[in-house]
Design a protein around this ligand. Structure first.
Ligand SMILES: NC(=O)c1ccc[n+]([C@@H]2O[C@H](COP(=O)([O-])OP(=O)(O)OC[C@H]3O[C@@H](n4cnc5c(N)ncnc54)[C@H](OP(=O)(O)O)[C@@H]3O)[C@@H](O)[C@H]2O)c1
Length: 323
């Protein structure tokens, strides 16, 4: 199969498209012919080995897994004998750890994979799961969001666009913070209020929030703690310089009346099924910034690394197809 491979850590140029042996479906796995995938910030972290600590998970000197790619949408090509939920020919979408930047990817039936939402193209479906699963892992439980005031900082990124839509769905009053060029987009996603950070600093407007969610790892508890209501929570997606968010999260459990939480991504079938349901009910959509063919993965990755994408960047595979 054709796949994007890398054998050493480095800039986007370490990626190249090659013919490699394809995966096979194990006993409890499905083999998916990928029609679309994405380049996300985690793919970039694995490729560049930044921060350095990621090497302890994926290979100290060189990457142990040579094909990146987490999100996918495509068609089931084969199923293992123990698979009951999917059949050959089913259209699916989901998220895995590695391997989706390829024509074929295998995934366990019990993992974060489900039938593709009706009426959604492969490209749209590929761009759903990563940002939304991160947002679902980081945000408070739905019953702790209903009626609460939530501010999403970085509301136009992959995680941010998901957080705005999901928090609104769970009944929060959502204030979205973004650049002027993205104001209309985040409003269209359901934000109750939008703060254009080029014109207004939300930390100085006198408003307070029950939750401030930094969806892009660019704010800090120190800068926004006065914008938190009593008992409020600052949720960070990035461990920050020297991983300082972790000790802060521990300290604020004991000191003060405002808490810090470091959200960690969890990818579950339960969340993918929830997303399918919301999409089919017209309550969630994937935001796509740019699309590239798989062969242009270096260009796509360089764009993602500008940290200025709006929503998601899609790679089309096997000719894409919009079915
Ligand atoms: N915790 C976890 O388990 C986990 C897992 C994966 C990723 N992450 C983290 O999640 C974060 C978000 O990922 P993502 O894919 O959503 O990011 P992204 O899509 O690359 O975010 C791009 C958006 O960020 C906004 N932005 C960039 N610089 C900004 C700044 N200085 N101030 C305000 N907004 C800024 C831009 O919006 P405007 O154009 O509107 O400024 C742009 O639309 C990253 O920090 C990533 O490391 C965490």
């Amino acid at each position: 199969m054709r796949a994007v491979v890398y054998e050493r850590y480095g800039p986007p140029e370490v990626l190249r498209v090659e013919d490699v042996p394809g995966p096979v479906a194990a006993e409890d796995e499905l083999l998916v012919r990928v029609r679309a995938t994405t380049v996300n910030r985690t793919d970039c972290g694995w490729r560049s080995a930044k921060p350095f600590v990621v090497r302890y998970f994926i290979g100290v000197l060189r990457p142990r897994r040579s094909v990146l790619g987490m999100e996918f949408a495509g068609e089931v090509e084969a199923v293992g004998p123990a698979v009951g939920e999917f059949d050959v020919g089913d259209l699916v979408f989901g998220v895995t750890g590695f391997g989706a930047h390829a024509e074929l990817v295998s995934i366990r039936e019990s993992a974060a994979v489900a039938h593709k939402p009706a009426g959604m193209t492969f490209e749209e479906a590929a761009a759903v799961c990563d940002g939304a699963c991160i947002a679902l892992s980081c945000l408070p439980e739905p019953d702790r969001l209903r009626g609460r005031r939530l501010l999403v900082y970085g509301a136009s990124g992959s995680v941010g666009t998901a957080a705005v839509q999901l928090a609104r769905h769970f009944g929060a009053h959502v204030t979205a913070v973004c650049n002027t060029k993205n104001v209309e987009l985040v409003r269209s996603l359901g934000a109750d209020e939008v703060v254009d950070y080029l014109r207004e600093d939300f930390t100085k407007n006198g408003q307070t929030y029950d939750v401030v969610f930094d969806a892009v790892g660019k704010h800090s508890f120190r800068r926004c703690r006065r914008s938190l209501a009593r008992g409020g929570m600052f949720i960070e997606t990035d461990p920050g310089f020297m991983w300082h968010v972790l000790p802060l999260a521990v300290l604020t459990r004991w000191i003060g009346d405002k808490r810090v939480k470091l959200g960690m991504a969890r990818y579950t079938k339960r969340d993918v099924l929830l997303l399918k349901e919301l999409i089919e009910a017209g309550q969630y959509r994937a935001v796509i910034d740019r699309r590239y063919p798989l062969e242009d993965v270096v260009e796509a990755t360089a764009y993602v690394e500008t940290q200025q994408k709006t929503g998601n960047v899609v790679l089309t595979v096997n000719g894409g197809s919009t079915r």
